[in-house]
Design a protein around this ligand. Sequence first.
Ligand code: ARG
Ligand code: ZN
Length: 441
Amino acid sequence: MTRLLLIALSIAVVTQPKRFAVYRITPQTSDALQFLENLTKETAIDFWKEPRAVGQEVHAMIPDPKAGAILDSLRSRNISYSMMIEDVEKIIKNQKFARMKLKSERRQKDFRDGKVDFNLAEYHSFADVINYFNALAITYPHLVSVQPIGLTHEGRQIPMIKITNKRLSGPKRGIWIDGGIHAREWISPSTVLYFIHQLINGYDQDPIIRRYVDGMEWHLTPLLNPDGYEYSRSSTDPEIRLWRKNKSPSKCTTTAQGLFAPPQTTCCQGVDLNRNFDWFFGQVGSSTDPCSEIYNGAYAFSEPETRSVRDFISQHPMTTFVTLHSYSQILMYPFGHQVRTYSNDLDDLRNTALSAANALQRMYGTTYKVGTGADTLYPASGGSEDWAKGKGGVKYSYLFELRPEEQVWDGFLLPENQIMPTARETWEAIKVIATHTLSVP
Ligand code: ARG
Ligand code: ZN
């Protein structure tokens, strides 16, 4: 009897789901920073915000079984930390519940974009986006074409929508905007969908938008990583909801454990697509460990998603390239692979970014930092905005880290009521960038 009880108990212990908490950690000395940088090799920890500099906060999601030892080591080094999210899964579940409730309440008065039913104020599935695109193409044939740019590992199409006044031929400036390269950054696809809606619905009413749609070809790819996005929607398990990479097949590595222990093999899935572009590939800020969140892949453009971007842009030259991420509220221009490294038209890129960030702030007061990824966040090689400028032949190349700012606790778990304000303010910045795009000689 007691034996049975024991077995039942141990099964219960084993099947208990891991609990995840997020900690805010601030290194105050270079030793502390060094220690945190070494911790990033520990793949059990998911750094929502990686260590960058002394005094700059770090956000780390740590599973329960590991937390004790890690927090002990922080305390023994006098590194201060506080709890940011106590139970990540609880937040995910609450948000999911709130979403379902809102959805059923809203069903009757869905957002109408004039002719096509689509509620911009909620997070959508891949299938919803495909249906929305098809409805737009049927409803606005003179403005819209749907043109997938490639197939993912799991066989999904990467949807792209092209918006331009098809009745006007002649040379037009190309502008590229993508979202969702990182699966968990849900606000970024939603923001691109809002841009699409603005371009199509503003065409008849707003002379500025008409100028943008007559004079430019807009290429909008809201879900650059549909496999990862759908995976992150498939469960409230923090390891799934907070998936960052694509869903490339599992890669195994075997490491020796010393003389008397057998070597260990670990297998992990997914490549960090924003380390897989051909720009200082495999250098600082990326990893060759398939289990790392910043695994750069076997070689540059090893992934169908990044190859699709490269192939499309080399066949359709762009004046402007914009890629949306979250979170931190930073507007970045190249180059991000190394600190204090810039293009020779830095002043132009920087001034355009500053006016874009100003326009954004004018809407709700949201403040953005402006600079290169390396100067404002951390150096990372193989990024798309760097490749676009350095090799992709683009004039203006920008990366937005959208809401929230780092002081806010929700990070990647931005609630749905933030979608519209985030999208509206970001659109103000995009209009500035579009105006500059139009005036490129
Ligand atoms: N959060 C982005 C990432 O990790 C920032 C990349 C900035 N770009 C860069 N080349 N450093 O992918
Ligand atoms: Zn990202």
